[in-house]
Design a protein around this ligand. Sequence first.
Ligand SMILES: Cc1cc2nc3c(=O)[nH]c(=O)nc-3n(C[C@H](O)[C@H](O)[C@H](O)COP(=O)(O)O)c2cc1C
Length: 314
Amino acid sequence: MSSPPDFDPSVPIGRGLVLRNPVAVASGTFGFGLEAEAMGQIDHLGAIFSKGTTVEPRPGNRPPRIAETSSGMLNSIGLQNPGVELVAREYAPRWADWPVPVLVNVAGASVEEYVRVVSRLDRLPGVAGFELNISCPNIAHGLDFGTEPGAAARCTAAARAATELPLVVKLSPNVTDIAEIGHAVEDAGADAVSAVNTYLGMKISLRRRRPVLPGAGTAGLSGPAIKPMALAAVARLRRVLTIPILGIGGVASAEDALEYLVAGADAVQVGTANFSDPSASRKVLEGCLEFARSQGLGRWSDLRWRGPEEAGTA
Ligand SMILES: Cc1cc2nc3c(=O)[nH]c(=O)nc-3n(C[C@H](O)[C@H](O)[C@H](O)COP(=O)(O)O)c2cc1C
């Protein structure tokens, strides 16, 4: 997959980490990359964002955990993961040989837990950076760091103090003003933000007269259904942030990815689309490069919408 001549497809996302192209895969939709690597499906990627990793292993929520909706899916996985120790001992050494940077998505129920995960993985060969999931809607009783600027800033600052590696903070869309949270984490030391995590949703079984998913019945909505809302979130963030933005939400085609770059993203993450088509990210990248060639782009940021025109004065 070659780039057009005179076109630099790379994207810096902070602290010297330069993605060789703007197409990454989103946390929780690509595991820890091992299966995809075995199938030869990682070499094209700009980056891999791992499944959310916590201090202790987590079995996740009881099934069913997934439900299909119109143009999307609901998930209530509950952060199933093998715990940081196994990630450090078994996965990181394998990532060290890969041609693609792996950023570990970190979750926790307290600031201290985030710091413990980051500290354990910091400076291990194979770990290129971190993505703080301050926005997971699926853990009962977990503190919600993503919905209050002070808490988001404290979590970011504590992780910042624990590593020199690139630190991406993943924002929740389930807030009144995402820009306020984005601003708080930028000030607290985030190198980039990813936007967005899933939207809170619910599916009802009319036959059973109750939600389809167990527990409170709420879950995270992803897929094409959320793209217009996620694009609006990215455009809003671009108005107030100076750091790079990774756009996420319903990216399944090159057009989707390019729309995010126009809205203000520097790169995108492909999520739910990986489930229906494991080669989705490759097709997204190929289409983006073809577009760059046909449009004679110099760099991706040439696409960016510069914002609403000033209202004319009479
Ligand atoms: C099954 C599933 C598991 C997910 N797990 C995580 C996770 O562990 N950490 C995280 O930050 N986001 C997680 N996400 C959210 C995705 O990374 C992404 O932000 C969201 O799905 C929106 O993108 P999409 O519409 O392309 O899927 C998960 C999403 C799905 C569908």
